[in-house]
Design a protein around this ligand. Sequence first.
Ligand code: KIV
Ligand code: ZN
Length: 388
Amino acid sequence: MSANKIQIFDTTLRDGEQVPGCKLNTSEKVELALKLEELGVDIIEAGFPISSPGDFSSVNEISKIISNASVCGLTRAVQKDIEVAAEALKYARRPRIHTGIGTSDLHIKAKFNSTRKDILKRAIQCVKWAKNFVDDVEFYAEDAGRTDNEYLATVVEAVIKAGATVVNIPDTTGYCLPHQYGEKIAFLVNNVPNLDKAILSCHCHNDLGMATANSIAGVINGARQIECTINGLGERAGNTSLEEVVMIIKQHKELDFYTSVNSRLLNPVSLLVAETMRMPVQCNKAIVGTNAFSHSSGIHQDGFLKNALTYEIIDPVEVGAEASRIVLTARSGRSALAHRFHKLGYQFDRNDIDVLYQGFLMVADKKKEVMEDDLNALAQAHCKVVVV
Ligand code: KIV
Ligand code: ZN
């Protein structure tokens, strides 16, 4: 594996599916898993096998049909969880068990009424249990974002020694600022002596809207896996959005990273996930929102029509989106109006457009968006006046 490959760990079917109302049945999960594999993700976190018989069966069925990606099942640091996950994953060509425990003082006290020493033991133990079943074991230090860095480094070193191949550093509550999350990863890179035997993973939640920025800060500082979901779905405000990190990595060549995701499938997969999970995408969502390639203000439209690069940093074709749209509102200008009339087949000169623009503004001030029918009506009224 190249030093600059960023592994994309998709958790739409696990963390994403935890969203209220987004629960999937086995056949829906299988359909999405096949699409995720086609999209080119490296790891599919298929579910939490011990959580329900349905999720066990989903992980099991996905394990049978996925050939290239690793298939991963989540567990707590509990022996039974790990045994059940191993059973669910038994047909996978590349099985991974994702196990772990909370490491922040808050989690240690409030959730486990325990001590750092005991949690360290349990962390080592769960990795050893998982290693009895699979080679590829990922350990998560839940709430790593609020875990003391020295203690986190001790845990990371110990779980790698126990056999963890990937160590996940979740900012479970989305609290870290990007520079803090980046520094946390850098601290581990500089203070965990056996880190060459594992890779660090970013798992960032979006409670303060920083999940994507934090994940990028993580890889800049040495992590080599990003855990993310389609459309940024996930607990509370969601997880890092897959489409965002993939396109940041693709657009910012100076980062010198790449992923194996086929970006042209991003919009079709986003749509499929939104429909299957019955969770519409907000229209201003980066990359996959319906407005991601729409231009509605006169200044932007004029620039865009002269050269698309003035207001678009991504060609919509690159992300499988529909062509850019010029939307007509009361903020639109004459060039946009002329462009839309031209697309409807009208041949108006500059003087016509000057006159039509006044009528257009009257309509636009009354409506949110001026539609094709409105333009036809304006054009017909204008033509009658001109002919008379
Ligand atoms: O947010 C989190 O900490 C998690 C872990 C279970 C990986 O989802
Ligand atoms: Zn999470």
